[in-house]
Design a protein around this ligand. Structure first.
Ligand code: ADP
Length: 191
């Protein structure tokens, strides 16, 4: 197997797994949602299918209250039938050319998801590769931002999160995240 699949950061584990995030047990599962919180294709569709209608019913109530969720932010619902307690619906940016604030917005939604996990005292959290599918973010760059942002969140040490796992769909995306995690794990890596 190429690359490392977990490192220790700030006393917590940052890990990679390959597979379907809806089958992966964690206190909190992060969804790559859209700002309308309306469900969609990709991992969002898979989460709603596997979690059942109670998740959308809760999002309907949230939408009635706040309208939409800004890009870079996230909202929390219960997890329905998923092997989790919460779903953190994080809204990543649509990638245009990388000069429209996409890196900051992608980092912001990972940070926000970690904050919300800590607010719910989650000890484990799983993330998909937010924005790296339909939203078109180049995977290597999305992986670098994802890994460095979650690592720095864990390093801050105030979080309840003991284990954060990127659950990647397909070998190709897994290998790209493994390379990013490998760089992050080296003593000279910053961020
Ligand atoms: P976005 O709209 O934010 O780009 P997508 O769902 O289209 O979100 O894709 C994000 C990533 O999630 C892609 O790498 C895609 O292959 C992956 N993905 C799709 N379905 C699943 C799943 N069931 N579990 C984990 N990852 C998934």
């Amino acid at each position: 197997m190429a690359g490392v699949s977990e490192i220790v950061v700030g006393g917590s584990v940052l890990a990679l797994a390959e597979g379907d995030i809806t089958r992966f047990t964690a206190d909190a599962i992060v969804n790559a949602a859209n700002s309308r919180l309306a469900g969609g294709g990709g991992v969002d569709g898979a989460i709603h299918r596997a979690g059942g209608p109670s998740i959308m019913a809760e999002l309907d109530r949230i939408r009635a209250e706040i309208g939409s969720c800004p890009t870079g932010d996230a909202v929390v619902t219960a997890a329905g039938d998923l092997p989790a307690r919460w779903v953190i619906h994080a809204v990543g940016p649509v990638y245009r050319d990388g000069k429209q604030g996409e890196p900051e917005l992608l980092a912001a939604c990972y940070r926000r998801a970690l904050e919300l996990a800590a607010a719910h005292s989650a000890r484990s959290i799983s993330f998909p590769a937010i924005s790296a599918g339909i939203y078109g973010y180049p995977v290597a760059e999305a992986a670098r931002i994802a890994v460095s942002t979650v690592a720095s969140g864990l390093r801050q040490g105030e979080s309840s999160v003991e284990r954060a796992t990127f659950v990647l769909f397909g070998r190709e995306v897994f290998d790209i995240f493994a390379a990013a995690l490998d760089r992050q794990g080296r003593p000279s890596a910053d961020g």
